[in-house]
Ligand binder design. Structure first.
Ligand SMILES: Cc1ncc(C[n+]2csc(CCOP(=O)(O)OP(=O)(O)O)c2C)c(N)n1
Ligand SMILES: [Mg+2]
Length: 270
């Protein structure tokens, strides 16, 4: 079989993200990750299924040339669970927004982690509802002025990674969209992992929540840590409270990876 190229994973659809959108970087990292996984025979192209919700992130569906299911806002995760259970050969990659996965879809997020469903959840975290033009989501910092919070967001953010860990996810990572190489590597490990993989990709929205400078200045990479320790992973994941506090330290990398029975294994259908 000839090598699968990144070009073959592209479509001819005109891309409607804003110029410079950090989703372009996620698309590039994803195409590179899939090409390498297929060429390394870790997974067959026909078995990778992308599932998206609705939002700016979900437009990736039109630009990524693999099988897929373009679902509803807040419902990408249960579609991924259903695909994995109905056809155990499939490797779903769910692309969900922070609004998608943590507001309307949060019960599905918790349960996919709790069941340890063998699939990858890529959370495009721009800390805003972008497609609907700039409202606060569960990860938006306190004080953010948007269309639904003109006097400033009065809630504290939900941390998607401590939530994933405490719900039972067995692979938990955070990355920065504009580091395409690191994002590609983490996505590959997430897809290879057997169990519920959560990859939070910080992807500042240039139009409604542009935190590029803040995130770049405050991030650091966790390398070679003890990925088996739940307590250590929880501590690293909880370090940043999603605020724009100048003292913030934003850990990036794979925080946790353990092997536990998957949903399909527990159901005896693998
Ligand atoms: C069932 C349903 N609820 C709400 C909406 C409205 N809606 C569409 S996109 C969107 C915001 C998406 O935000 P997020 O998931 O963070 O993705 P982003 O656009 O930031 O990538 C909302 C609320 C919808 N289309 N369908
Ligand atoms: Mg969003």
């Amino acid at each position: 079989m000839p090598e699968l190229t990144v070009n073959e994973l592209s479509t001819k659809e005109p891309i409607t993200w804003c110029p410079g959108c950090t989703n372009f970087a996620i698309l590039t990292a994803t195409k590179q990750a899939i090409a390498e996984l297929v060429n390394e025979k870790a997974v067959e192209r026909k078995n990778i299924v992308q599932v998206t919700g609705i939002g700016c992130h979900a437009k990736i569906f039109d630009y990524l040339n693999i099988n897929g299911f373009y679902s509803l806002h807040g419902r990408a995760i249960p579609i991924g669970v259903g695909l994995r259970i109905a056809n155990p050969k499939l490797k779903p990659i769910v692309f969900a927004g922070d609004g998608d996965a943590l507001a309307e879809g949060v019960s599905h997020y918790i349960y996919a982690c709790r069941h340890n469903t063998d699939m990858t959840m890529v959370i495009h975290d721009n800390q805003v509802f972008a497609l609907t033009t700039g409202q606060a989501t569960p990860t938006t910092e306190r004080g953010f002025k948007g269309k639904t919070t003109p006097q400033g967001n009065y809630e504290n953010p939900i941390n998607p990674l401590t939530l994933a860990l405490s719900s039972g996810a067995t692979f938990v990572a955070r990355t920065y969209a504009l580091d395409i190489q690191k994002t590609k590597e983490i996505l590959k490990e997430a897809v290879k992992h057997e169990g519920a993989s959560v990859v939070e990709v910080m992807q500042p929205c240039l139009t409604f929540h542009d935190t590029r400078d803040f995130i770049k200045q405050h991030l650091y990479w966790v390398e070679g840590n003890n990925k088996q320790s739940f307590e250590e992973a929880y501590k690293i994941a909880a370090e940043w409270d999603y605020s724009l506090d100048p003292k913030s330290k934003i850990a990036m990398g794979i925080f946790y990876q353990v092997k536990k029975p998957t949903f399909a294994e527990k159901l005896g259908i693998k």
